[in-house]
Design a protein around this ligand. Structure first.
Ligand code: HEC
Length: 104
């Protein structure tokens, strides 16, 4: 039980420190949070392990276009089509900009 509490505390601290991380100039905190759901698969800073396509070094235009094509089922996908459907145009643009400018 103490171990569970310690784990929960560590998770809470991790979440809090992410929430408190200062957005880079020109970025919003919400864009940072949106990209958290991407790094789970695409890796920290887009340097994905294994089979996931890496996202670092991509332009915002390429990322936004790919997400729109996934959302419209115009691009072959196993999961990205489902993920992209949860994003509005504004969120796609914000995520693409955030990744292109901070994942290097
Ligand atoms: C569940 C794992 C998972 C998550 C979460 C995820 N992706 Fe992906 N992503 C993939 C996989 C797998 C592919 C390859 C296409 C496919 O099979 O859907 C991919 C492909 C892509 C591509 C195209 C890359 C290329 O080279 O063609 C982009 C851009 C992308 N993802 C962006 C994102 C963004 C932005 C997020 C967060 C909003 C995100 N992904 C979240 C697994 C994931």
């Amino acid at each position: 039980m103490p171990r569970l509490l310690a784990t929960m505390a560590a998770c809470a601290i991790a979440v809090i420190s992410v929430l408190h991380a200062a957005p880079a100039p020109g970025q919003t905190a919400s864009a940072q949070l949106l990209t958290l759901s991407c790094s789970g698969c695409h890796g920290a800073n887009g340097r994905s392990p294994g089979q996931m396509p890496p996202l670092y070094g991509r332009s915002a235009e390429m990322i936004a276009q790919a997400l729109r094509e996934f959302r419209a089922d115009q691009r072959a996908a196993t999961v990205m089509n489902r993920i992209a459907k949860g994003y509005t145009d504004a969120e796609i643009d914000a995520v693409a900009r955030e990744i292109a400018t901070t994942w290097r």
